[in-house]
Design a protein around this ligand. Structure first.
Ligand code: PMP
Length: 284
């Protein structure tokens, strides 16, 4: 069934949705986006996603006059019009349309599109099939902390992993892991301490990452935010990734080497429950 999507002020069927070929999002990836998870037809941690959207726009000097209430209302309308119970709502803001030129005017009218994707989140989370990842050079531009639509490098890396029967790539910069193609990465050391790279220009500040750190702290787990090497990954007792569309997933193999016992571990199990509880009490 065709979805109802939102494009520049209008709700239309996905078959009729159009954006200009001169849109700078299309020509220059001059655009930012957010993916908000939906559970029970409600948004999970909307506030975090809205705050990050504002940050991304500020970093690129894109000025919008959409209020938080307007954007939240559009998300709710998309959920209702598409009878979405579980999945994600995708929002993209571009700088707007102008004749193709590297130079742009600050007066362009930003484009706004929003659509939904129905997707199971809870079931695969509870199954938590351990993933296999490979490592590869982080070949992205140097500001992956801004959530832009420049996603060709991670997309090609992920395709490479799939072609080798692996699930994803952990990217490496200066001998340290940065993040997954579309997720933040964590390892658990031999004494149960959770290690994850600290926030900087090198990684996206994941909304799920922030919540996981919060619930881990509340559960009395020790956390260290610092960069780590591949060798540390190999000697970790557990490893996992987080993102809004999967929440948490154990990683049980890195470059073919088993991590810990080679299956989903206790700490990830406890974080899955604690995080889910948090999400269910932060629905908008
Ligand atoms: N890092 C990258 C590169 C990502 O693309 C994503 C998901 N968009 C994340 C981390 C996780 O962020 P979040 O938890 O906000 O989905």
């Amino acid at each position: 069934m065709a979805r109802i999507v939102f494009v520049n002020g209008e709700f239309v069927s996905e078959d009729e949705a159009k954006v200009s070929i001169f849109d700078r999002g299309f020509l220059f990836a001059d655009a930012v986006y957010e993916v908000t998870p939906i559970l029970d037809g409600k948004l999970v941690d909307w506030q975090g996603h809205f705050e990050r959207l504002k940050r991304s726009l500020t970093e690129l000097n894109i000025t919008i006059d959409f209020s938080e209430k307007y954007l939240l209302d559009l998300h709710r309308k998309i959920i209702n019009k598409n009878k979405l119970n579980e999945g994600i709502v995708y929002l993209q803001v571009t700088r707007g349309a102008a004749d193709r030129d590297f130079v742009f005017e600050n007066t362009l009218k930003p484009s706004l599109i929003i659509f939904s994707q129905s997707k199971e989140i809870i079931k695969p989370l509870l199954v938590n099939k351990g993933l296999s990842v490979m490592t590869s050079q982080d070949i992205r531009w140097q500001r992956p902390d801004i959530k832009t639509t420049q996603l060709l490098a991670p997309s090609l890396l992920k395709m490479e992993a799939l072609s080798k029967s692996m699930d994803d790539v952990w990217m490496v910069k200066d001998n340290r892991i940065t993040e997954g193609t579309s997720n933040n990465v964590f390892i658990v050391d031999s004494v149960g301490k959770i290690i994850t790279r600290s926030l900087s220009h090198d990684i996206l500040g994941g909304i799920t990452r922030a919540v996981i750190l919060k619930v881990a702290k509340e559960s009395g787990l020790e956390i260290e935010e610092r960069s780590f090497t591949l060798e540390e990954c190999y000697s970790a007792s557990e490893a996992f990734i987080t993102s809004s569309s999967i929440f948490i997933r154990s990683v049980v193999r890195i470059n073919g080497k088993l991590i810990g016992k080679g299956k989903s571990g206790e700490i990830v199990g406890s974080l899955i429950s604690a995080h889910l509880e948090y999400c269910k009490s932060h629905l908008t």
